[in-house]
Design a protein around this ligand. Structure first.
Ligand SMILES: *[C@@H]1O[C@H](CO)[C@@H](O)[C@H](O)[C@H]1NC(C)=O
Ligand SMILES: *[C@@H]1O[C@H](CO)[C@@H](O)[C@H](O)[C@H]1NC(C)=O
Ligand SMILES: *[C@@H]1O[C@H](CO)[C@@H](O)[C@H](O)[C@H]1NC(C)=O
Ligand SMILES: *[C@@H]1O[C@H](CO)[C@@H](O)[C@H](O)[C@H]1NC(C)=O
Length: 455
């Protein structure tokens, strides 16, 4: 009981005080994979431990270490638990360690593993913990966390912020994932998959922006199911460019279930491009839009530029009760429907190197103020590398997993230290490899402090 309270206090402590504190430990999940010898399987989703010491040199403590646990070390029944791993001689001012502890795809805690709506609000830890000790005292603690209801949990702090000024974590090509364990064959599909969690899991972790590209396939054998209005739902797929990856219906179902289970959360679906089957076919757009309308009717928030062109505040949205924003990347189609939001600007650099991407983002994020006269109050930073077509052919960049690994850690640092102020949406590949959900929540608290100060 008491341990429970201590843990709760620690969480509160970690989330509020540590935002301004100079030491931080956090856990991420690697996007990399390794083959297992003599077997078709691969190991992926391994735990990474990250730390940062930003304090003035502190000689008071002689011994600093991080202990890694695969169960809650502060729970009463785990008193005797031994760490899986102890990290010493920690690199300064920051560093990381990729463990060989496989996270895989564990069940989600707090009742969030099933989509039946019987889930507990607030943050929940998965069974991966890292604790920073100095001379045996706990200084910082983190777990691999889901934050399924973060917007409404933070309503007192962030309710008065317009949606266009919030920092909102998102995913790039959100529907490009595969269910179940990877095999070597999948691992070779290195340029197709951008995520390793399905959309439900993304939303439960705290992602609120989904980047979706849709393809239409008239003659897929399974495409015979009709909905009540005679639309072929199963002819619509989520694509990575010209390759279809996941049936669109799967993603719509996940979003619908999530909105029903988390009744204060706002989700943005960005139907950004239509790479296959839509060119010169307005009727197919109409079919897709009919499906969206039927699926989400009562939840769709109409476009609203709000005061200062930053969109409605979260409080406005909660008052109206409509929590789904659908942006549509075709400006002619948008004109025919008063509930579709205009095409959303994605700041996408087509960059192949870490240095190139960061230089590009440095410039673009600072330019964001000039974007205020856009029709859509929302805009997104696409914070991932893009391979050259020839690199894919010759396999020079080693795949999207490697590319995500080479930027994800730096993204955490840059957004936490500089870019948070100007950023609205930030979309990444293999989002568990960065800490941008945490950074977004902390940034929104800082943004609300600045906003209150101005009043
Ligand atoms: C994991 O790494 C530790 C050292 O950190 C090593 O002792 C252990 O054998 C490794 N386990 C596997 C399964 O590779
Ligand atoms: C089509 O349906 C068959 C049988 O129901 C199933 O085994 C197969 O995986 C489906 N294919 C696709 C692409 O969904
Ligand atoms: C990325 O992070 C590493 C390690 O902190 C650093 O050495 C490197 O300069 C960073 N790269 C960029 C482009 O910020
Ligand atoms: C692609 O590159 C990666 C790493 O650079 C290498 O491990 C892999 O074997 C290559 N794949 C192919 C099909 O050449």
């Amino acid at each position: 009981m008491q341990k429970g309270i201590v843990l709760l206090l620690l969480h509160v402590f970690c989330d509020t005080v540590l935002a301004g504190q100079c030491e931080k430990v956090w856990v991420t999940v690697s996007s990399l994979w390794r083959p297992i010898a003599a077997c078709d399987k691969v190991v992926d989703a391994e735990l990474e431990i990250n730390w940062e010491f930003d304090c003035p040199a502190d000689t008071k403590y002689s011994d600093t270490q991080i202990k890694v646990f695969t169960a809650d070390p502060l729970a009463a029944h785990n008193k005797m638990i031994k760490p899986e791993l102890i990290l010493t001689s920690l690199q300064r001012p920051r560093g990381y360690y990729r463990t060989n502890i496989t996270v895989g795809r564990p069940p989600l805690p707090g009742g969030w593993d099933t989509k039946d709506g019987a889930a507990l609000p607030g943050p929940h830890c998965l069974d991966y913990y890292a604790i920073l000790y100095k001379d045996g005292h706990i200084f910082s603690m983190a777990c691999l966390q889901i934050w399924p209801t973060w917007m409404y949990d933070m309503r007192r702090e962030i309710g008065m912020l317009p949606i266009g000024s919030l920092m909102i974590p998102g995913t790039h090509n959100s529907g490009c994932y595969k269910h179940g364990d990877l095999t070597r064959r999948d691992a070779f599909q290195r340029y197709l998959l951008t995520q390793d969690r399905d959309v439900w899991t993304q939303l439960v972790h705290g992602i609120r922006y989904l980047d979706i590209r849709v393809g239409y396939y008239p003659s897929i054998p399974n495409g015979t199911a009709l909905d009540e209005e005679g639309n072929h739902v199963s002819r619509f797929w989520v694509n990575h460019d010209v390759i279809r990856i996941t049936p669109l219906s799967e993603i719509l179902k996940d979003v619908r279930n999530f909105l029903d289970a988390a009744r204060g959360e706002v989700v943005i679906m960005d139907f950004h491009r239509f790479p296959v089957g839509f060119e010169g076919r307005p009727n197919r757009h109409r079919k897709l839009i009919a499906i969206l309308h039927r699926e989400f009717e009562k939840l769709i928030l109409k476009p609203d530029r709000g005061v200062e062109g930053l969109g409605p505040t979260l409080n406005d949205i909660w008052t109206g009760g409509k929590r789904l924003i659908i942006c549509y990347g075709d400006k002619h189609v948008v004109n025919d429907y008063d509930w579709l939001w205009p095409p959303l600007t994605q700041v996408w650099g087509n960059q192949q190197t870490v240095e190139g991407l960061f230089e590009y983002l440095d410039e673009e994020i600072l330019r964001s103020k000039r974007r205020k006269n856009s029709q859509n109050p929302l805009w997104a930073v696409m914070a991932e590398l893009t391979p050259f077509p020839l690199d894919i052919f010759f396999n020079l960049s080693g795949g999207l997993r490697q590319m995500a690994d080479s930027v994800n850690r730096n993204l955490t640092v840059k957004f936490q230290e500089e870019w948070w102020k100007e950023t609205n949406i930030v979309a990444t590949d293999f989002f568990l490899g960065n800490d941008l959900i945490w950074v977004s929540r902390m940034s929104n608290i800082k943004k609300s402090n600045i906003a209150q100060w101005r009043l």
